[in-house]
Design a protein around this ligand. Structure first.
Ligand SMILES: Cc1cc2nc3c(=O)[nH]c(=O)nc-3n(C[C@H](O)[C@H](O)[C@H](O)COP(=O)(O)O)c2cc1C
Length: 199
């Protein structure tokens, strides 16, 4: 499918039919998400994958009782990772493992460290969350390309998700992307006019 068709076809599915997506397709989607670009290539996010019925049922009431949570195949919980300094260390190791000489990346790594040290915890979280949304777009368009459906969702209580999913301290559940096969139909697209958006 051409990109234009994917963009026009994707829609925010309100209810799925409960059918499970084959794991090889899910793995293909994970690969598309993994390739999302991030600032400095710092990759400040992780995705918690929820498939079991009991956990979905626990999450349902803290997700504004939205049916996508209990009817989806896989619930992808996109978490921002606010341990930016830890990620700089990790990226430095990976770059060296990939063949970069420590000397050649010294300046770049120092620049990232200085940037990370200059962020307040709130700023670090906002910055990480911006990167999360780029990965989210890959997830949504990727799902359409692979023949299933998705819904971006901010209607949930992040603190409750943290408790129910026992997330580590550095992760903040930021946006959801349930995936599965739609049991509803898309509404016509309603968007502001071109001239209202581009100037
Ligand atoms: C960041 C974000 C959060 C959203 N949160 C929800 C949500 O909690 N529940 C829901 O049903 N739709 C949610 N939506 C879907 C939007 O309502 C939908 O994308 C918009 O109305 C345009 O419709 P379309 O995606 O079907 O073209 C969200 C969309 C985005 C991008």
């Amino acid at each position: 499918m051409k990109l234009k068709q994917l963009v026009m076809k994707r829609y925010a599915t309100k209810e799925f039919d409960g059918k499970v997506i084959p794991q090889d397709k899910v793995n293909e989607l994970f690969e598309l998400i993994r390739m999302a670009p991030t600032s400095f290539n710092i990759q400040p996010w992780k995705v918690k994958v929820v498939t079991d019925k009991m956990t979905k049922e626990k999450l349902f009431p803290v997700s504004w009782n939205q049916k996508q949570i209990t009817t989806c195949s896989h619930l992808l919980v996109f978490c921002a990772d606010n341990d930016i300094l830890g990620l700089v260390d990790k990226l430095e190791k990976e770059m060296i493992a990939a063949g970069a000489s420590p000397e050649s990346i010294k300046g770049y790594v120092q620049m990232m460290r200085d940037f990370a040290k200059g962020l307040t915890p709130d700023q670090a979280l906002v910055w990480a969350q911006k990167q999360v949304y780029i990965a989210l777009e890959n997830a949504m368009l990727g799902a359409t390309a692979l023949g299933f459906d998705s819904c971006p969702m901010e209607g949930f209580n992040s603190a409750e998700y943290h408790k129910i999913l026992k997330l580590p301290k550095n992760l903040v559940a930021s946006v959801l992307c349930p995936i599965g096969y739609a049991a509803d139909k898309p509404l016509p697209k309603l968007r502001f006019k071109k001239e209202d958006l581009f100037f």
